[in-house]
Design a protein around this ligand. Sequence first.
Ligand code: NAD
Ligand code: G6P
Ligand code: MN
Length: 435
Amino acid sequence: MQKQIITIAGGGSTYTPGIIQAVLNGQERLPVSEIRLYDIEASRNENMFLILQYMLEQQGFSSIKLVQTTNPEEAFTGTNFIFSQIRVGGLKMREKDEKIPLKHGLVGQETCGLGGFSYGLRSIGPLLELVGFIQKYAPEAWILNYTNPETIISEAVRRQFPGIRMINVCDMTIGIEDTLAKNYGYDRDNWVATYYGLNHFGWYTKIYDKSLKRDIMPELLEKLKVQEIKEEDPSWNRAFNMIRFMVQNFPDNLPNNYLEYYLYPDMYVDYADPNYTRANTVMDGREQKTQEMAGKIRNKEKEDVLDFYFGVHGLYIVDIATSLLNDEKSRFMLIVENKGSIPNLRSDAVVEVPAYVGATGVEAIALPEIGDFHKGLMEAQVAAEKLLVDAYFENSYQKALQAFTLNQSVPNATVAKKVLDEMISENKAFWPVLK
Ligand code: NAD
Ligand code: G6P
Ligand code: MN
């Protein structure tokens, strides 16, 4: 099999070691000759270069060429796959996305609510620029995008580059399945899950277990009602147990944990510390660990050098690349233009549904019609997201205000405007000018 070149856009991301570990473990199905790290911050890229160089040496992969660059031409010319995971504005701006809404009594979160909208308006421009570079230097390559907020990015890229070879993917569904299987005694490898929604905004309707030969959703829902979930990373315990809380109130389907921000924003605001949010936890945790790993390698230390998360996040994106390359037609939850997958939802909505991936790309499945509760929630959210993308392309303050007001975590237009105005002044270096 021809060896592939993989470029990580956002090479300095704290997720890079986990993804590369999955690449290294998967050399039989996705053999690589070269890994390129592309980032706009040379120092972050340099740290990651050292970490990956160490990993390659330790694991006997010194023949894989490793490149670090801030030059798009060097990053993309001749590459086969781009794994995109940039964070526009970094964790410092994430902190503002989380803290500004909280100050006004609203949910402050990376991808949901107004924090997600702030991140969206910041991310569209650089993502379009990135996709433009790839179109120029590697038009045949596949872009597998993890960059958030996924729906907004996907909507914007689709408008500017119709037919783009880009797959938008979120690790949350696989994360939920992994956690449920481990907590409740199942083997996730046997699962065929059916799920629909928007990104970070959806529901499971069925989980067929191939070895048990039945839909295990009913028994999972029963377990969720009574049995607490414990996560490997305890900082995720609350999020997963909110799934349990939601099931106790809406027992028909299994929701994505992110729905807590739209269904129970009041609980989140009560719980959150407006002075220390998730961005702080990540800066003090994952980001610090990454710097420490690079520091140890610089100091030529030999013991306990590597300390990073390896799990579903890296495996999922590598499985998708593998399925494309080998025409495996494996099934994933992917973020796609609806086009009838959910028949009674507007066809141009960006939805997250099961899809098969093979040599020609993504083929989403057709689902049954959905009920009014989920449909109503989704329609409002889709409209809000579309208005936000309109605001970007039309430089429209009015559209941004409409988007902020319609966002399902916002109770009235007064607070929507206050938060919007504060976010405009805090995002001057990033947002388009809104008139
Ligand atoms: P991070 O800040 O640690 O890393 C992001 C990197 O991107 C940084 O090194 C930064 O310098 C770089 N960058 C920023 N703008 C860039 C640009 N225009 N071109 C090239 N590089 C650029 O962030 P992280 O916590 O590792 O997360 C990375 C991204 O992955 C975020 O968007 C995050 O939301 C997303 N993410 C998505 C999922 C998902 O389910 N879709 C899961 C995990 C993370
Ligand atoms: C999950 C979601 C991602 C999100 C991430 C945040 O993986 O699917 O979309 O970016 O969580 O994790 P963090 O540890 O950065 O808060
Ligand atoms: Mn996600």
